[in-house]
Design a protein around this ligand. Structure first.
Ligand code: B12
Ligand code: SF4
Length: 257
């Protein structure tokens, strides 16, 4: 894959991309995948800028260095035509091992280690696992799509990954601030790849897909077929359980706490 300057768009249909993702993702351990057309004004752009203005990023200075670029990847990458989004579940098998999942960092040292270590940190480092899996999928995709250019990142890229995952139909945004798939939960790592793929048949920019292009587990059936915005309803269990009261479903998480 060449490096960026002269990248030209390549067009595929949404059905083609769906067929390839359905074939490749299960092989690579990816559980959900979808795509978002670019350029795309982020529906929650103002919320992101307000979060930064409110200082809710705490001391995570790297987040604000390029806040406008984070809200619009085309500013730095005018060639990009879509964001491919993939997710890998990290909670499979864990609940059985959690004697007291609410104990957290205050759990006595002689209690089981699973009381003290967040589930996301217990397995292999997802920065390696998911990134490698995505790169494998992209390598195989580029054999099928001559001219494909796609640059994968998980966590570390300047992208609002949850917003793209929501737009790609992978789930909804919960009160816990995480992307939640109705059946798989919120224990999902997300990865995105900026690509030159024009995917014919995706929803218009800024409109969320109702389903991902690939999902081993389907989302909950919803008549009418619209993407849900908030399926938490009146539930506040995560807000009540958060030991530092850092969660706010309206303003977002306060990273100071
Ligand atoms: C900085 C960061 C943190 C910080 C701040 C967290 C935060 N909430 O912002 C800290 C260190 C606290 C943190 C903790 C965790 N993190 Co973190 N973190 C990030 C990082 C690098 C940037 C997040 C960011 O930009 N925050 C700023 C806020 C404003 O952005 P946002 O929450 O994404 O909000 C956007 C959308 O939610 C949307 N939006 C806002 N409101 C609404 C409302 C509706 C209705 C809709 C549809 C959309 C929407 O608009 C916002 C702006 O576009 C991302 C990776 C990435 N590049 O995106 C991982 C990421 C968010 N983290 C992740 C994880 C797994 C965690 C932890 C679970 C780890 C743990 N300790 O157990 C916790 C969960 C904390 C939480 N409940 O949010 C995953 C989340 C996966 C998921 N299922 O959502 C990510 C995506 C990493 C990854 N690649 O998998 N994290
Ligand atoms: S409000 Fe309830 S359903 Fe929503 S994320 Fe929190 S615990 Fe889960």
């Amino acid at each position: 894959m060449n490096r960026r300057a002269d990248i030209n768009p390549v067009t595929v249909s949404v059905e083609q991309l769906q067929g390839w993702l359905n074939c490749l993702c299960p092989e690579m351990g990816i559980e959900l995948a979808g795509a978002v057309a670019l350029p795309c004004p982020l529906p929650h752009r103002e919320k992101w800028l307000q979060w930064v203005a409110d200082g809710r990023h705490g001391d995570l200075e790297y987040l604000i260095r390029e806040s406008e670029n984070r809200a619009d990847p085309n500013r730095k990458n005018p060639w990009a035509r879509s964001v491919l989004v993939m997710a890998h579940r990290y909670t499979a098998g864990w609940p059985k091992l959690d004697p007291d999942p609410s104990a957290g960092a205050d759990a006595p040292l002689d209690s089981p280690w699973t009381n003290r270590v967040s589930r996301y940190a217990r397995g292999l480092d997802y920065h390696d696992v998911l990134l490698k899996a995505m790169r494998r999928v992209l390598r195989r995709l580029s054999e099928k799509i001559p001219g494909l250019e796609a640059f994968a990142s998980t966590d570390t890229g300047p992208y609002l990954e949850r917003e793209y995952a929501w737009l790609a139909g992978l789930g909804f945004l919960g009160h816990n601030n995480c992307l939640i798939h109705e059946k798989l939960g919120s224990g999902l790592f997300l990865g995105v790849a900026l690509s030159n793929l024009v995917v014919d048949g995706l929803p218009a920019a800024g409109i969320p897909s109702v389903e991902p292009l690939f999902g081993l587990t389907p989302r909950r059936r919803r008549p009418p077929q619209t993407a849900p915005v908030d399926l938490c309803g009146s539930c506040t269990r995560c807000l009540d359980a958060c030991p530092t009261a850092a969660l706010d479903p309206v303003k977002g998480l306060d990273a100071h706490r």
